[in-house]
Design a protein around this ligand. Structure first.
Ligand SMILES: Cc1cc2nc3c(=O)[nH]c(=O)nc-3n(C[C@H](O)[C@H](O)[C@H](O)COP(=O)(O)OP(=O)(O)OC[C@H]3O[C@@H](n4cnc5c(N)ncnc54)[C@H](O)[C@@H]3O)c2cc1C
Length: 370
């Protein structure tokens, strides 16, 4: 008899888990349903940058997860046959305001490159060099090019993976589901039992686990970014991403689309309303590098809800006293980088019937869930 598996949440963790549940379960011993209500999903609102290597963060577990997460895309792109309209390695340019800081960062980048093939190569670029790589900028800063840096389109990513999951007999159910106290799920069909459940509900995980009397220590954070249309012969999706220090990232996408983001609004919670303040601030930040940008080029403001933990680190594993309920969350602002690997680990644990050893990536779940 097939085992019944539920995945709750169809963001980057849930979509990757659902894809790999279908992909790895070659004997079709699992019957998998993914439930998602698509409310404020962070993945679809995200800027899309995959470039963790030169981050200022010094959390070793996070770095191990993010570094391996960035490398993992190579496997994922092949397994899921993702096109360049979903994931593209165009390089990222990281800047520092102080030239001395830039030099020391470059030295750090060269050392990291020796142990990190996914970075491909690094180069110290003058402002003129950056201008050649990003010719639409009027005021390019000096920076470090990491050739292995990439961008993904979160919306297309989720759509592509769920589409492939469906072809492998995963059912996608667009609804909000709830635990009852016994651990069953309340769905539109009534109370349903599952052999294993993967919870990937992002910023909403506290509410998901409340009926089971767990306290999940995640808080929501509002993030906004702007999509602009740039009609310029100097523009194109093959261009690298600019990551200016303490400012907004500038990300060229296809069809003349430029993304600028994102805000980090701790008091915004689950609010999904775009604000003119964010719109103005993001445009002003981007105009420091491209003075031609105008308000009327903004097509829309995208809003999503990130999930943060007290140590800003993601977590994954199983519930402290229930190995049949797996979960992953608290991805913060680098979840596009870490999320797919977490989804893959969780799917493998279900298919192989045993949990992995994950302590090099995450503190014990009991640190985040009590
Ligand atoms: C503006 C912005 C920019 C970002 N930029 C980047 C970036 O450049 N690089 C990077 O690496 N990361 C970035 N991130 C972070 C990244 O997007 C998130 O960390 C990641 O997408 C979170 O994925 P998730 O699967 O945990 O959650 P989500 O993508 O939020 O998905 C959770 C899903 O679960 C659903 N759900 C919740 N409860 C239930 C329920 N009871 N029943 C059914 N469905 C439910 C939700 O509606 C949602 O669809 C950004 C985030 C934002 C908001």
């Amino acid at each position: 008899m097939q085992k019944r598996i539920a995945v709750i949440g169809g963001g980057i963790i849930g979509a990757t888990a659902a894809f790999y549940l279908g992909y790895l379960d070659q004997t079709q011993s699992l019957s998998v349903t993914l439930f998602d209500d698509d409310l404020g999903q962070a993945t679809k609102a995200a800027s899309g940058i995959i470039s963790p290597w030169l981050s200022k963060r010094r959390n070793k577990r996070w770095y191990t997860l993010a570094k391996e997460g960035a490398s993992f895309y190579r496997k994922l792109v092949t397994d899921a046959n993702l096109g360049t309209n979903v994931y593209q390695q165009t390089g990222t340019i990281v800047t520092r305001k102080d030239p001395n800081d830039l030099d020391s960062l470059f030295q750090e980048a060269e050392i990291k490159l020796r142990h990190t093939p996914a970075m491909r190569s690094v180069a110290l670029l003058s402002s003129q060099d950056v201008g050649k790589r990003l010719p639409f900028l009027t005021n390019p800063p000096a920076g470090i090019l990491v050739e292995g840096g990439a961008k993904i389109d979160g919306l297309r990513f989720v759509e592509a993976l769920l589409d492939q999951a469906q072809k492998r007999h995963v059912e996608i159910s667009r609804q909000r589901v709830f635990f009852d106290e016994s651990g069953k799920l309340r769905t539109s069909k009534g109370l349903e039992s599952f052999d294993k459940i993967i919870i990937a509900t992002g910023a909403w995980m506290k509410g998901t686990l409340k009926p089971l009397n767990y306290l999940v220590k995640v808080r929501p954070q509002k993030g906004q970014l702007i999509d602009l249309t740039i009609k310029s012969k100097h523009y194109g999706s093959h261009l690298p991403v600019l990551m200016p220090e303490s400012s907004s990232d500038i990300i060229p996408f296809e069809h003349d689309k430029l993304v600028v983001g994102a805000t980090h609004e701790n008091d915004g919670g689950f609010d999904l309303k775009p604000t003119s303040e964010a719109r103005n601030r993001l445009l002003t930040n981007a105009k420091a590098f491209d003075q031609h940008l105008q308000m009327d080029q903004i097509d829309r403001v995208r809003v999503g809800t990130r999930a943060y933990t007290d140590d800003f680190a993601p977590f994954f594993g199983h519930l402290p006293d229930n190995p049949n309920i797996l979960l992953g969350g608290g991805l913060g602002s680098s979840g596009l980088t870490t999320g797919p690997l977490i989804g893959y680990f969780l799917a493998r644990a279900v298919v192989e019937g045993q949990l992995g050893v994950w302590d090099k990536y995450t503190k014990p779940i009991s640190h985040y869930i009590i």
